[in-house]
Write a protein that binds this ligand. Structure first.
Ligand code: PMP
Length: 425
C-alpha cells in the first residue's frame, strides 16, 4: 500500500514545497499534510485509507459535500459530449441566467476559471469604466493573488500599497490603498482626500480569510453611499459568500447592492470556475463590446458549467440555505456554547454555513488588528488533536470552516465533542 509519507516525499521533489497552493503544506501548524485520495459526502480518505470527517470542503466550493452523485453525473454527461469547445455553449448561458436571477444588481456575468481571475478582471473593468487607477481594499481581506491586490495591510488610517509578495513591482500596488475594516472615519477621510482618483472600493462583505470578521450592515451601507458620492464603484468579492450564505449571497443577506460582484467556489460546484457580474451598462465596457480586454481559453468550460449549474439547482431544490442555517444553529448550541464555557478564552463566530473558532476572548473581532497573535499556538494543538481523532479542519488559525448539506447533526456532535476535549486537555 502507498504511504502518505512516500507520496509526500515525491511531492516535495517535483512541486515547490510539495504543493500547488501554499496553505496546503501545513506550514502554519507543522507536520506533513494528508495526501487525499478520495472524498465522499462529509468524509475524505488519505492514501493509506484512513477516513477523516471534513470541515474544509476544499475551502468552500463543496456546499453539497464531496462527490455529490448528481453533480458527478452532470460532469460525466458533459464530458462525454466534449470537454471544451472554445465556442459559446448553452450551459454557460444557463449558468449566467441562474446567477442573474439571484442578484438584483447583476444583469450580465462573465465566466473565468478562478476567483483570482474574477477579481483581477473586475478591477480592470472598474478602472476601464471609470478612467481612474486607485483601488481601496481592507486589511485582512483576501482577493486572490493578482498583483494589484496582494498588498499588506498597515496599521493606522490608511497605508500606501506595499506589495506583500516578492515579484510585484511597487508601481503596480502604488494605486492601492488599504483601510481597516469597520472604520467609517478612515473611509470618509480617504475618499474626501482622493475620492476622485479611486476607481473602486473592494471588500469581502463577509470577510472570511483572516478569521471571520463579520461586518456591521451599517458599515457596508456606508461603503455604498460613500463610493456613490465620489463616483467610485463598489465591488463585493463574494468568492466565498456567493450562493453560500444566501441565494443572493452577502448582497442579499446585508441588503446592499454593489456595482460589481465577483464569484468563485460554490458556482463551480468543485470545478475551476470564477465569474464577475454587473449591470449591462458596466459590462458593456468589456471586449468585444468595449475597450476593456478580458478573455480565456477555458472560460465557460462545459464541464465546469455543468457542475456549477447542477450545484446551484440542487441548492434551490433543497431549500439549502434554511437547512444550512439550522445546522449552523446546532453548531452554535453544541460548539459555540462549549467554547465560551472553557477556561481559556474561545468563541465561535458563524454566518450561515461558515464558521470560525476564534481562540480569543472579548468582543467578536471585526478588524484584522483585533486578532490576538497567541491564538496560533493553541490552534496548532487543536488542529493536531482533531486530526488524531480523524477530523479535518483548516491548517491555519486564520481560516474558516465550512458546513455542507451533507453534514448531519451527529457530524457536528463529533466535531464539538472533539474540540472541547482537546481544548480542555
Ligand atoms: N476572493 C476571495 C474572497 C477568496 O476567498 C479567494 C480564495 N480563497 C479568492 C478571491 C481567490 O480565489 P481562487 O483561489 O479561486 O483564485
Amino acid at each position: 500500500m502507498k504511504s502518505n509519507e512516500s507520496v509526500w516525499r515525491r511531492a516535495q521533489k517535483v512541486l515547490p514545497g510539495g504543493v500547488n497552493s501554499p496553505v496546503r503544506a501545513f506550514r502554519a501548524v507543522g507536520g506533513d499534510p494528508l495526501i487525499v485520495e478520495r472524498g465522499h459526502g462529509t468524509r475524505i480518505q488519505d492514501s493509506e485509507g484512513n477516513e477523516y470527517l471534513d470541515f474544509v470542503g476544499s475551502w468552500g466550493p463543496l456546499i453539497l459535500g464531496h462527490a455529490h452523485a448528481e453533480v458527478v453525473q452532470a460532469i460525466q454527461e458533459a464530458a462525454a459530449g466534449g470537454t471544451t469547445f472554445g465556442a459559446p455553449c448553452e450551459a454557460e448561458v444557463e449558468l449566467a441566467e441562474h446567477v442573474v436571477s439571484a442578484y438584483s444588481g447583476i444583469e450580465q456575468i462573465r465566466c473565468v476559471s478562478s476567483g483570482t481571475e474574477a477579481v483581477m478582471s473586475a478591477i480592470r473593468l472598474a478602472r476601464g469604466a471609470t478612467g481612474r487607477d486607485g483601488i481601496v481594499k481592507f486589511a485582512g481581506c483576501y482577493h486572490g493573488h493578482s498583483d494589484a491586490l496582494l498588498v499588506e495591510a498597515g496599521s493606522g488610517l490608511a497605508t500606501f500599497g506595499v506589495p506583500s509578495s516578492a515579484g510585484i513591482p511597487k508601481a503596480t500596488t502604488a494605486p492601492t490603498r488599504v483601510l481597516e475594516l469597520d472604520d467609517s472615519n478612515a473611509l470618509r477621510a480617504l475618499l474626501e482626500r482622493e475620492g476622485d482618483k479611486i476607481a473602486a472600493v473592494i471588500i469581502e462583505p463577509m470577510p472570511a480569510n483572516n478569521g471571520l470578521l463579520l461586518q456591521r450592515q451599517e458599515f457596508l451601507q456606508e461603503l455604498r453611499t460613500a463610493t456613490e458620492a465620489v463616483g467610485a464603484l463598489l465591488i463585493f468579492d463574494e468568492v466565498i459568500s456567493g450562493f453560500r450564505i444566501a441565494r443572493g449571497g452577502a448582497s442579499e443577506r446585508y441588503g446592499v447592492v454593489p456595482d460589481i460582484v465577483t464569484f468563485g467556489k460554490v458556482i463551480g460546484g468543485g470545478l475551476p470556475v470564477g465569474a464577475f457580474g454587473a449591470p449591462a451598462r458596466l459590462m458593456a465596457h468589456l471586449a468585444p463590446e468595449g475597450p476593456v480586454y478580458q478573455a480565456g481559453t477555458l472560460s465557460g468550460n462545459p464541464l465546469a458549467m455543468a457542475s456549477g449549474l447542477k450545484t446551484l439547482q440542487i441548492l434551490d431544490r433543497e431549500n439549502a440555505w434554511e437547512k444550512l442555517e439550522s445546522l449552523g444553529c446546532y453548531l452554535d448550541e453544541r460548539l459555540g456554547k462549549g467554547l465560551s464555557s472553557l477556561e481559556e478564552p474561545a468563541q465561535l463566530v458563524r454566518e450561515g454555513s461558515v464558521f470560525w473558532m476564534a481562540l480569543q476572548g472579548g468582543p467578536t473581532p471585526r478588524r484584522a488588528s483585533a486578532l490576538v497573535p497567541t491564538a496560533s499556538a493553541r490552534y496548532t494543538r487543536l488542529f493536531h488533536g482533531l486530526l488524531k481523532r480523524r477530523i479535518n479542519i483548516a491548517p491555519s488559525c486564520f481560516e474558516v470552516g465550512f458546513l455542507s448539506l451533507a453534514h448531519s447533526r451527529s457530524d457536528i456532535d463529533l466535531l464539538a465533542d472533539a474540540v472541547l476535549e482537546v481544548l480542555s486537555e
